[in-house]
Design a protein around this ligand. Structure first.
Ligand code: FES
Length: 59
């Protein structure tokens, strides 16, 4: 099993939370992930990582 890591340090959002939200709600954009989890809504530095997770799941 893959190690869980913090993706968004500003809001302490773990990768597993983002993956779960994307799968359960069918999210497709970084903005939608921000609305659901608050990840990426402060400094924005983690938005590239969120996009990578989106690409990984929705490819
Ligand atoms: S690290 Fe995610 S908004 Fe700053």
């Amino acid at each position: 099993m893959e190690e869980d890591i913090i993706i968004c340090h500003c809001n302490e959002i773990y990768k597993s939370e983002i993956v779960k939200a994307i799968k359960e709600k069918g999210l497709t954009t970084v903005d939608e992930v921000g609305d659901e989890t608050s990840a990426g809504t402060i400094c924005g530095q983690c938005q590239d990582d969120i996009q990578d997770i989106l690409d990984e799941i929705n490819k």
